[in-house]
Design a protein around this ligand. Structure first.
Ligand code: ADP
Length: 417
C-alpha cells in the first residue's frame, strides 16, 4: 500500500509518498509560494534526479496537480499512475475538543473542521484547502485527518483550564489544547518500547525541540500536560516565538511601537521573538550556536570589536534562556507526574545538539538526573541513543521523531479498518 502524506500551510504544501510494506519514502517534496508565484521541490528516492523549479501555482488545487504530475512523470516520477496512491493522510493542526484520534474524512468531519477554524484561523483553513484539493484529485481514495492536538486531549481539566472566567471555556472552548501531538505520541511510544514495552506507571517527559518547541508530560502512555496552549505561542521560547510571557506585554509593546494593533503586536511575539528576538541575529539554533561560540573560542582575538562581543553574548543569552526554560518546564512536569522515569529529546535541536542537551540537563542535577558527556556527544542518527550517566535517577534518551510516518501509519490503520 502506498500512502501520500500531505501537510498544507497557507502558501505551502509538503508531501511524502510512503511504501507502507517497507515503511520507506518513495519521494518527498514541497510546493512553496502557492498563490504568490509558485515553486516545486521534489526528491525521489529511486535514483531519478531531484527537481527544483518555478511553476505557477495560483491555488492548492494547482499545487496538488503539480505533485501528481511530478510523482508520475517519466523523468522525476516514482509511480506509473495515480492508482498507485491508495490513500491520503492529512496533517490537521487543530481538532478542537472533538477529535481525540485520527479519523477517516467524510462530510461530517469536514463540517466539524470548519467549526475548528475559529480556534486556529491561520492553520485550519489551509488544511481544509489541502483536503479539498486532494479530494478532487483523488476522488475514490480514502482520506484521513491526523491532528496535532489529538494526543493531548487526555489532559486533566486542571491542566488544560486557564484561570480566566470559566465562560470563555464553556461557551467559546478557550482552553489549552497543545500541539506537536504526533511527535510526542511517536517518541513516547518508542521510549516505552525501549524501556520494556509496558506504559502502565511509566512517567515520561518528551522534549520536542525544533523551530517550534514543546514539552509533554506523559503518564501511562497518555499526555497529562503540555507546554503549548490555545495556540502554539505558549510555553517555551522558540525560534521566533516568545513562549509564555506576561499578557500585559501586549499593550506595553504596542505603546512602545507607537500604538500597534493587537494583531501586529502578536506578530512580534510570533515572528520576531524567541531566540531570534533575544539574539537579534537568527532564529536558527545552529547559527546562534556559531555566533555564541565565536566569542567563547576567541576571547583574545584582537580584531573582535565590541559589537562582535555583544552579538555573541546576546546569542549566548538566547541559548541560556532557551535551556533554562526547557529545564524549568521539565521541573514542573516532574511535579505533574510525581517523578520521572525518562526524559526524551527529539526534533532538530533535541536530536542534534549535544551542547543544548547538556545545557538543559545541567539544570536537572538537583533532581539527581545526569547525562554522560561521552554518550551525549555521540548521540543522534537514526536510532535511539541512551545518554544517561551511571547513577542518574531518570533515563535520558534521544529519539528521532517522524511525524509523517505516524500520519501514514494512522492512515493505513483506518483504511484497513
Ligand atoms: P521544525 O520545527 O521546522 O520542524 P526542526 O525540528 O527541523 O524544525 O528543527 C530545526 C532547528 O534545529 C533549527 O533551528 C536548526 O538550526 C536546529 N538544528 C539542526 N541541527 C542542529 C545541530 N546540530 N545543532 C543545533 N541545532 C540544530
Amino acid at each position: 500500500m502506498n500512502i501520500l502524506v500531505i501537510n498544507t500551510g497557507s502558501s505551502s504544501l509538503k508531501y511524502q509518498l510512503f511504501n507502507m510494506e517497507t515503511e520507506t519514502i518513495l519521494a518527498k517534496g514541497n510546493c512553496e509560494r502557492i498563490g504568490i508565484d509558485g515553486h516545486v521541490k521534489h526528491t525521489p528516492t529511486n535514483g531519478k534526479p531531484s527537481l527544483s523549479e518555478d511553476v505557477p501555482m495560483p491555488s492548492h488545487s494547482e499545487a496538488i496537480n503539480i505533485v501528481i504530475n511530478t510523482l508520475t512523470s517519466e523523468t522525476y516520477g516514482v509511480i506509473d499512475s495515480l492508482k498507485e496512491i491508495h490513500a491520503v493522510g492529512h496533517r490537521v493542526v487543530h481538532g478542537g475538543k472533538k477529535f481525540s484520534q485520527s479519523v477517516l474524512i467524510d462530510q461530517a468531519v469536514i463540517d466539524a473542521l470548519v467549526e475548528c477554524v475559529r480556534l486556529a484561523p491561520l492553520h485550519v483553513p489551509a488544511n481544509l484547502m489541502g483536503i479539498n484539493a486532494c479530494q478532487k484529485a483523488f476522488p475514490t481514495a480514502p482520506h484521513v485527518a491526523v491532528f496535532d492536538t489529538a494526543f493531548h486531549l487526555t489532559m486533566p481539566d486542571h491542566a488544560y483550564i486557564y484561570s480566566i472566567p470559566y465562560e470563555y471555556y464553556s461557551d467559546h472552548d478557550i482552553r489549552r489544547y497543545g500541539f506537536h501531538g504526533t511527535s510526542h505520541r511517536y517518541v513516547s511510544a518508542k521510549a516505552t518500547e525501549f524501556l520494556g514495552g509496558n506504559a502502565e506507571g511509566l512517567k515520561i517527559i518528551t522534549c520536542h525541540l525544533g523551530n517550534g518547541a514543546s514539552l509533554a508530560a506523559i503518564k501511562d502512555g497518555k499526555s497529562v500536560d503540555t507546554t503549548m496552549g490555545a495556540t502554539p505561542l505558549e510555553g517555551l521560547p522558540m525560534g521566533t516565538r516568545s513562549g509564555t510571557v506576561d499578557p500585559s506585554l501586549i499593550p506595553m509593546i504596542s505603546d512602545a511601537e507607537g500604538g500597534l494593533s493587537i494583531g501586529d503586536t502578536l506578530d512580534i511575539l510570533n515572528k520576531k521573538s524567541g531566540v531570534l528576538g533575544i539574539s537579534g541575529t537568527s532564529s536558527d539554533f545552529r547559527d546562534i550556536m556559531n555566533t555564541a561560540e565565536f566569542h567563547l573560542y576567541e576571547p583574545e582575538n584582537e580584531d573582535e570589536s565590541a559589537e562582535d562581543i555583544e552579538t555573541s553574548e546576546r546569542a549566548r543569552l538566547a541559548l541560556d534562556t532557551f535551556e533554562y526554560n526547557v529545564a524549568k518546564f521539565i521541573g514542573s512536569y516532574i511535579v505533574a507526574l510525581g517523578g520521572v522515569d525518562a526524559i526524551i529529546f527529539t526534533a532538530g535541536v533535541g536530536e542534534n545538539s549535544p551542547a543544548i542537551r547538556k545545557g538543559i540537563c545541567d539544570w536537572l542535577k538537583g533532581f539527581g538526573i545526569f547525562v554522560d558527556d561521552e554518550k551525549n556527544g555521540h548521540a543522534g542518527g537514526d536510532g535511539i541513543s541512551d545518554i544517561t550517566s551511571a547513577g542518574s535517577s531518570a533515563i535520558v534518551l534521544t529519539i528521532p521523531t517522524n511525524e509523517e510516518l505516524v500520519i501514514a501509519r494512522d492512515t493505513m490503520a483506518l483504511v484497513k479498518g
